[in-house]
Every structure is written in structure tokens, then in C-alpha cells.
Design a protein around this ligand. Structure first.
Ligand code: AMP
Ligand code: GLY
Length: 429
């Protein structure tokens, strides 16, 4: 089969890498891809926003199946465009993608289908939102969460512990800091607990969770510094034990599926549920309608069966027939980033040590990399995902860092404590 993967991050690199292991694959294309993806797939210079151009490419090149990585083309309606041309594609359509694209759409869906989540109010002007925030703090809440309603590349959320920073953020939303995404804001109760990521395949009839994982959103060790797209991940997440898995399935995933069916949403792809495990049980922080990154790097490193087979069955509405084989190994992904990320950073520095890192047995997935004069250089904020497996979380962490230590470019940085929660649980056993 000819496959087209859409996107250019670490997520799309592992998707290409894993799909290429399938005996059904003849050729993989990736639009637009990056320097690492170029080793697995032929990279095509079409931006993810050019839906018709992508569909033209798929028709001309006899693409049998298209896998969409990022949320933006899904929210723009890529699946609708491809379906209208008779092309097989993995992902939800434009309306269903609102589960990620609009936080109010997602909140209404959760309320309607009894999916546990934080209480929230929706506001269309700063005055009312700020009045609500000030009242909550006067009532004694410990924190409040402000969310710009639309897609804001992970930046439109603030967890505030005082009224002033909350109201400043509300003001900046309505002053256009996040473009039209900030025309409406959600003000949400702050939840406390441990976060986990649940990725599940859904074809509208069946929902099947993948193994659990946990992301590290803050830039610096000890969960300090600003929020990022994710600085590292590991799988499994011990906070999601057998009992918690059953509760998540019953209270969240089964209700999600019921909602998809009753609302007649076209959802044949992956639903990524961000969860806070609170003292009152798991509550949903957000839905995303695509694989989480770097979570997907940790999760798919543990998949020992054919990814293409299960994705095709999901797209065909035959997910119930699919089988997945997971390794009992643990996996860890350490993200290496450009100095300054998530704020401004310099690009174009040569990356060295990639072959030495690969020789350790780890797999290095590329995100923001490019080829310049035959050399691989940093070209984005998050640059590499160094991903290793081990018999225990400790072994996986050691292997991932042994490989990470071999890679270098000017000003690069990474967190030294990926997996710390799982490790301390293991130590306390
Ligand atoms: P979201 O884009 O809605 O997932 O928010 C991004 C991040 O903000 C989450 O991964 C959490 O770390 C944090 N967050 C979001 N909502 C809440 C909440 N209600 N309580 C505490 N933290 C939250
Ligand atoms: N790692 C979080 C995300 O992909 O949104």
C-alpha cells in the first residue's frame, strides 16, 4: 500500500517509523516531514494547511491510506475533503474535531454525557469573566484555570493561583493575545492530583485504549518553568493501575463513545484524553483528536504488532476485529529542545552524535530538524525525542539518558528527570 502521513514532528516520525515495519507497506510519503522522517519516507513539500493540494497529491500518487498527525488540518476539515474524494483517511471529520478545536464544545459534550470534568463557566467578555474569577477567589478557591476557547498551540491556558494573574490573563485573551481563539474564554475550577494521558482508538462503534503514558509539560526539572508542548514522556504511567484503568473505561471512554454515537459524530481515529487523577477519581482536563506528542513516542515504542493493520481497521469501522500486542517493557522519551524554548531560540546549529546515540539501541525521533549543506541542524523548539525501552522504568530511563548524552548542538537542553514520578513509586514499593 502507499501511505501518506501528514505533519512534521516527532509524532509523525514515529508514525512513519512504525508504519514502515508493516509488511503491507509499499511506500510512505510524508508532507512536509523533516530531516529524520526523510530516512523513512519521501518528504513532500506541501504545507498541512493546503487540504486540496494534499488531496490532489493523494489522488495522483495512488495513496491508499492517509494518516493525519496534527490537530490543525483535522479542525480545518482534512478528513471531509479526503472523504469527498473517496480517499481513505485516519481521523475525525471537522465537526468531531471540535472536541479539541473548541473547549466549550468539549465541555458541553462532557456535561451532556456525564464525563467527569472540572466545573466551568463560559464568557464572551472580560468584565463578566473577571467578576466570576474575583468572586471565586473571594470564596476561597486555591486556584482557577483560564482557557482561551479555540486552538492556541498549547499556549491558551493559564493555571492561576491568585486573582491578579488570572484577570491579567483574561484581559490578554480579550485583547487578542491568542487571535480569535481568545474571543471566548472558559473559567474553570482548578483540579489537583497527578496527570496522565490516555490515547484510545475509536471507530464510532468500539473504543480501545492504548497503554497509558505520562507527559512532562513544564520546561524545567522539578516541573518548574513555563508550559511547553511536552518535554518527555514514559509508559506505562503507574498512576493508571488496573483499577484506575477500569474506572477510566467505564466513566470516560464508554461515555465518550455513547456521545459520539448519539451526536452522530464521524470519529475514526485517535482520541487523546488528558486526565487528572484526583482524590474524587479521574477527571478530564481536555480532549485532543490526535496522538499526543511526546506520549505517542513512548506508547508506540511498546507496540509489538502491526500499527497499519489496526489503523486501517479503525478507518474501516472494523476496530472490534483488531488485535494489538503490547510489550511488558517500559519506555521513556526524553525531548531535546533548542536553548530558549518555549520562548525565542536560535536555529541552524549542527547536531552531532546522532549515530552514536542510535548505536546504544535507543531510537531518536526528529521534530524540529532540517538538512543544511548536508548536515542536520536544529530548526524548531522541540528538536529530538530520544526514546528507549527497558525491563524496568529505571532501565528505560538509564538507556534513554545514555543516548541523550551523546547528542549535542549549541545551546541544546533537556530535562534530567523524565520518569521521576514512576521511579519514586518504584523506590517506595
Ligand atoms: P488543556 O489544554 O485544557 O489540557 O490545559 C493544559 C494544561 O493545563 C493541562 O495539561 C493541565 O496541566 C493544566 N490544566 C488544564 N485544566 C486544568 C484544571 N481544571 N485544573 C488543573 N490544571 C489544569
Ligand atoms: N503532549 C501533549 C500534547 O500532545 O498535546
Amino acid at each position: 500500500m502507499n501511505i501518506l502521513v501528514i505533519g512534521s514532528g516527532g509524532r509523525e516520525h514515529i508514525l512513519c517509523w512504525k508504519l514502515r515495519q508493516s509488511r503491507m507497506v509499499k511506500k510512505i510519503y510524508c508532507a512536509p516531514g523533516n530531516a529524520g522522517i526523510a530516512r523513512e519516507a519521501e518528504c513532500i513539500d506541501i504545507p498541512v494547511s493546503k487540504l486540496e493540494q494534499l488531496a490532489d497529491f493523494a489522488v495522483k500518487n495512488a495513496i491508499d491510506f492517509t494518516v493525519v498527525g496534527p490537530e490543525a488540518p483535522l479542525c480545518d476539515g482534512l478528513v471531509d475533503v479526503f472523504k469527498a474524494r473517496g480517499l481513505k483517511v485516519f481521523g475525525p471529520d471537522k465537526i468531531a474535531a471540535q472536541l479539541e478545536g473548541s473547549k466549550t464544545f468539549a465541555k458541553d459534550f462532557m456535561r451532556k454525557y456525564n464525563i467527569p470534568t472540572a466545573d466551568a463557566g463560559t464568557f464572551c467578555n472580560a468584565g463578566e469573566a473577571n467578576e466570576f474569577v474575583n468572586r471565586k477567589f473571594r470564596e476561597g478557591v486555591k486556584g482557577i484555570v483560564i482557557k482561551a476557547d479555540g486552538l492556541a498551540a498549547g499556549k491558551g491556558v493559564l493555571v492561576a493561583y491568585d486573582a491578579k494573574s488570572a484577570t491579567d490573563f483574561v484581559d490578554s485573551c480579550f485583547e487578542g493575545a491568542f487571535g480569535s481563539a481568545g474571543n471566548r474564554v472558559l473559567v474553570e475550577e482548578c483540579l489537583f492530583g497527578e496527570e496522565a494521558s490516555i490515547l484510545a482508538l475509536c471507530d464510532g462503534k468500539t473504543i480501545v485504549p492504548l497503554v497509558s503514558s505520562q507527559d512532562h509539560k513544564r520546561a524545567l526539572d522539578g516541573d518548574l518553568g513555563p508550559n511547553t508542548g511536552g518535554m518527555g514522556a514514559y509508559s506505562p504511567a503507574p498512576v493508571v493501575d488496573e483499577k484506575m484503568t477500569a474506572i477510566i473505561k467505564r466513566d470516560i471512554l464508554d461515555n465518550f463513545l455513547r456521545g459520539v454515537q448519539q451526536e452522530k459524530l464521524y470519529f475514526r481515529g485517535i482520541i487523546f484524553v488528558g486526565i487528572m487523577v484526583t482524590a474524587d477519581g479521574p477527571k478530564v482536563l481536555e480532549f485532543n483528536v490526535r496522538f499526543g506528542d511526546p506520549e505517542v513516542q513512548a506508547v508506540l515504542r511498546r507496540l509489538d504488532s502491526d500499527l497499519l493493520d489496526v489503523m486501517l481497521k479503525t478507518a474501516d469501522g472494523r476496530l472490534a476485529e483488531a488485535e494489538m500486542k503490547w510489550s511488558d517493557d517500559h519506555s521513556v522519551c526524553v525531548v531535546m529542545a533548542s536553548g530558549g524554548y518555549p520562548d525565542a531560540y536560535e536555529k541552524g546549529f549542527e547536531i552531532t552524535g546522532l549515530d552514536d546515540a542510535a548505536a546504544t539501541g535507543a531510537v531518536v525521533f526528529h521534530a524540529g530538524t532540517a538538512l543544511k549543506d548536508g548536515k542536520i541542524v536544529n530548526a524548531g523548539g522541540r528538536v529530538l525525542g530520544v526514546t528507549a525501552r527497558g525491563r524496568s522504568i529505571r532501565e528505560a530511563i538509564q538507556s534513554a539518558y545514555a543516548a541523550t548524552g551523546k547528542i549535542h548542538w549549541k545551546d541544546c537542553f533537556y530535562r534530567k528527570d523524565i520518569g521521576h514520578r514512576a521511579l519514586s513509586r518504584e523506590c517506595n514499593k
